[in-house]
Design a protein around this ligand. Structure first.
Ligand code: ADP
Ligand code: MG
Length: 385
């Protein structure tokens, strides 16, 4: 096990692709750390540099404070699991798992004991003498993880290890990987483009975009205090709604235009109005409410704007309503005891406490929503006329 530090890491591919830009971060000993970002954001490049499969163009990498740039993956004692596992198809699970130990010259008794232990942890004991080619994708991936763990690595590197599995299996393996990592305490880094994976499995995570580290923190910190509009939009069960409000005036109530529609604004946002009378607001779907047009009266604590229902989707215990406001749309997650027809006129409402404000130019966060709303929980505003 080891702590891992990246200091001012840059990665260029040739002279044109600057894939990783001055990334610095520390992964604690025993931590389960996530690298999250859209495709092409540089996650795999960071992981491969950590593992020693790729060299950094500049910057340094330290394991327990010791530079490792000159060390091979073997010397760093890295284990890796990729999206496409690299099992030997004609070998059994046992042969695949014991392979790295055989190379190291461990005794047969020692190997058997280790294989049995790790096979038990990954629930693959019953498959141990089956060939890899005769297993399902999920079973193969468990064997690949077992093979990675069997040699007590300093660092376990997982690159989208469950991304290609079906939804149910992915959810199960997510939980199993988390339990496994906890019980072993192996410092682990997982690369994923899926915010749910990152948020459910890891202790802390880093959000990347275009090779640039955006934010590092726990899932809760990043969810409730995103540093900019990109992180706010990317991180969460449902993407945050961005509402670009123009022509903000006080008459005496604060008002502006969103999607061309008159929009009542909470008085609390007055200090956040930019010098050119704009407000870039963010609101999670769980912080928006939808009411039949005219049902709710404007209040000085609420955002309120008229729109019409584009579509409403049943999500089991909640309803995801997409509302069209001029050329814009917003999504609200509300209790499913209400029904809306397509094109029905509605008011969209948000409590002041559910609103983020971003700088319209830099997109940086200038105001966090004072009330944190759990991801995925319909949490409608409390005040109605
Ligand atoms: P991610 O894992 O987040 O999808 P990558 O680290 O794989 O991102 O890629 C980051 C950027 O670097 C992308 O623009 C990708 O096209 C580019 N890239 C990755 N590997 C290479 C390579 N071997 N040669 C040239 N460009 C590469
Ligand atoms: Mg990748």
């Amino acid at each position: 096990m080891a702590s891992v530090t990246l200091a001012n890491i840059n990665k260029w591919y040739g002279h044109t692709v600057h894939a990783v830009r001055d990334v610095s971060l520390t992964i604690e000993d025993g931590e389960f750390f996530g690298l999250l970002g859209p495709s092409g954001s540089g996650k795999t490049s960071v992981l491969r540099m950590l593992a020693g499969l790729e060299s950094a163009t500049s910057g340094s990498i330290l394991f327990d404070g010791v530079p490792v740039e000159d060390k091979s993956p073997q010397e760093r004692n890295i284990a890796m699991v990729f999206e496409q596992n690299a099992l030997y198809p004609h070998m059994t699970a046992r042969q695949n798992i014991s392979y790295p130990l055989k190379i190291r010259g461990l005794s047969k008794a020692n190997i058997d004991a280790k294989v049995a232990e790790v096979a038990g942890m990954l629930n693959i004991a019953h498959l141990i003498d089956r060939r890899a080619s005769q297993m399902s994708g999920g079973q193969q991936q468990r064997v690949a993880i077992a093979r990675a763990l069997v040699r007590d690595p300093n660092l376990l590197c997982l690159d989208e290890p469950i991304a290609h599995l079906d939804t149910l299996l992915r959810a199960r393996l997510r939980g199993e990987l988390k339990r496994l990592q906890r019980s072993l305490g192996t410092t682990s880094v997982i690369v994923t483009h899926d915010p749910i994976e990152a948020m459910t499995m890891t202790d802390r995570l880093a959000v990347m975009r275009d090779g640039i580290l955006q934010q590092v923190g726990t899932a809760d910190e990043i969810h409730s205090r995103p540093v900019n509009a990109f992180v706010a939009q990317f991180f969460g069960l449902h993407s945050i709604n961005l509402m670009s409000i123009e022509g903000v005036v006080e008459l005496p109530r604060l008002m502006g235009r969103f999607g061309g529609e008159t929009t009542h604004l909470p008085t609390a946002l007055r200090p956040n109005v930019s010098s050119d009378a704009k407000l870039l607001l963010g609101c999670r779907p769980s912080g928006l409410d939808v009411r039949r047009a005219g049902e709710a009266k404007p209040s000085a604590d609420m955002l309120q704007v008229r729109g019409k229902v584009y579509v409403s989707e049943q999500l089991g215990d909640s309803l995801l309503v997409t509302v069209q406001i001029g050329p814009d749309t917003v999504q609200a997650l509300i209790p499913n005891d209400r029904k809306f027809g397509i094109d029905e006129p509605v008011d969209v409402l948000a409590d002041e406490a559910a609103l983020y404000v971003f700088d319209p130019k830099t997109q940086g966060t200038v105001r966090f929503a004072p009330r944190t709303i759990s991801p995925g929980l319909g949490n409608p505003p409390a005040v109605y006329a």
